[in-house]
Write a protein that binds this ligand. Sequence first.
Ligand SMILES: Nc1ncnc2c1ncn2[C@@H]1O[C@H](COP(=O)(O)OP(=O)(O)OP(=O)(O)O)[C@@H](O)[C@H]1O
Length: 295
Amino acid sequence: MLTVHQLTKKYKNQLAVEGLSFTIANNQCVALLGPNGSGKTTTLNMLSGLLRPTTGTIQFLGKPDINRLELGYLPQYPAFPPWMTAIEYLHFVGKLSGLAKKKRQQNSEEMLAFVGLEKAKGKRIGGFSGGMKQRLGLAQAMIHEPKLLILDEPVSALDPEGRRDVLEIMQELKKSMAILFSTHVLHDAEQVCDHIVMLKDGRMKWSGSLVDLRHTQQTETFALEVAEKLTEWLPSKSYIRDLRFLSPYAAEITFNHDEGRNLLLADCLKDRFTIVRFEQKSYSLEEAYMEVVNQ
Ligand SMILES: Nc1ncnc2c1ncn2[C@@H]1O[C@H](COP(=O)(O)OP(=O)(O)OP(=O)(O)O)[C@@H](O)[C@H]1O
């Protein structure tokens, strides 16, 4: 649905995005993940047609220009007219999107119900909490039933409850449309997305699925824990390359060759050790992310 090729944006002397390429398929949910200043907003603004790329191309729905009617956008800091009620605001946005009167009335009601603002629809936006405003922002972004939703840091400014609400709405939304959202928090990406595009200093650092990310840091270290003391026994094994005791009963081990792990288990059984744990050490997703970002 969306193909970005070698996208670059230069603000005067500042190169904000450089040579960025990625694709988004129908109904895919992609997180643009990166620290502050990595170029997320600049990228999303180019994709939503608010900024002109310095170089590079964007193909949306097979066309070389962005059809804004098929795109929903929620900026990082949305501004709402505080004097309007939620329903008045959605009617207004629906009108701007070219929806006929009946359709915009119907969609406004449906979207407000979808984001859980049904009861607040007649209230002025000025009295809304941050979480309510963000839910209204989502409703306005999807009022015209776009094929792609672009959300700039949709949960960053919210408290844990607001965060959970918005992430749950995104979970529902991704069943019917593609979503591209930016965040600097891996955990938020993990909640909803299928795919991650990692940015740092305007460049793509890495892209792939969460499963791929975890595998990038797969180690060859194994942890063994038994019920008996290992301190005398383990260092004598010739197939062990490196050894670090975690306690007299547990150690982290790397082997000289792949067969080493089978030899160790066979020795444990031969000497009647009671195995409590034997596993390959894995990095947490957060550790894998930090490793990739800092490479
Ligand atoms: N209008 C502008 N003029 C000049 N430089 C800009 C402009 N907008 C952004 N930049 C610079 O471009 C770089 C990328 O900024 P951008 O806002 O796209 O990053 P970001 O990842 O969205 O950051 P944040 O998470 O803080 O919102 C930064 O170094 C920023 O200072």
